[in-house]
Design a protein around this ligand. Sequence first.
Ligand SMILES: [Zn+2]
Length: 318
Amino acid sequence: MTIILSLGNIDQVIQISDRRLSSNGRLIEDESNKAGILFCPNARLAFGYTGLARYGTFKTFDWLLTALHEAGPPDFIAHSILERVRLNATRTFQEHPVLRSAPRSAKKISILFSGYIYGNGAPQQGYALISNYVNIDTGYQFDVTQDEFISRYFSANDFAANPTLIQRIGNWNGITELDMYRLRQVLNERKPPQAILNIAIDFIKNLADRQKSEKYIGKQLTSICIDPNPGKPVKTNYHTSVIRRESYMPAQISLFPDNHCTISNISIKPVDDDTLPISVPKVNKNAPCPCGSKIRYKNCHGKLKIDKEQSVNLLGSS
Ligand SMILES: [Zn+2]
């Protein structure tokens, strides 16, 4: 179990997810990618999953990427794509030879999609949840999985001047009403994207330390920021709490009739040992940069943070 948090207003939708993988409360690894971006003709959606990560040879994220990749045809329309993924999930979790032997309590999965849907009018914030153990209407979580995956679609109120939406899946027991109020306030105030992102990153790191999170939430995070304008790039970032030589990017799936491809496991890494690490934790702006450059953070890795965001256009989606 992990956390996926999505924050949206009229300016952007931001999805933040941790990269922790644990089993029965035991940490397995902290750099497991659970997030991606789906591009299709009528939507740009960030996605992430929580719940079962692996069982035997079955790997949930690999399955999810394949399921999404195969769900484009024939129409390449977001709602139909997600419905095909939901049906695939129901079928796979009942019939897959490896998963058939898994106990029902181990097969819990929720997948969250969030971003913008494009139609005739203004871009609309769209969310979808596909799950086999959450009653989406009440938020109640069943102890065992249901046979059928169910889906639920939300969209922001078209009539509000600045519609805001907050969605979360996974281990959110530690999130309080006050946290929700504060996050909502930041969205209502339309703070700049970088400010909202910083607040959300600090919030997840704080949440990870809370007792109710039971160490299921990691502090190695991935963020995806989707601009409502489909002509503007989707920005992603890797946020680390320790020094890492490399930087990781979320998966990308492009589902267009003439551009149908999926890429994952994207990382950027220096090739020689003399190059300073690419990813460092955020520190006070006047402190020495953790990368070892011997200059202040604000003049090194803390400089123009926005420049280090990875603009996603590897797939050339339009
Ligand atoms: Zn540095």
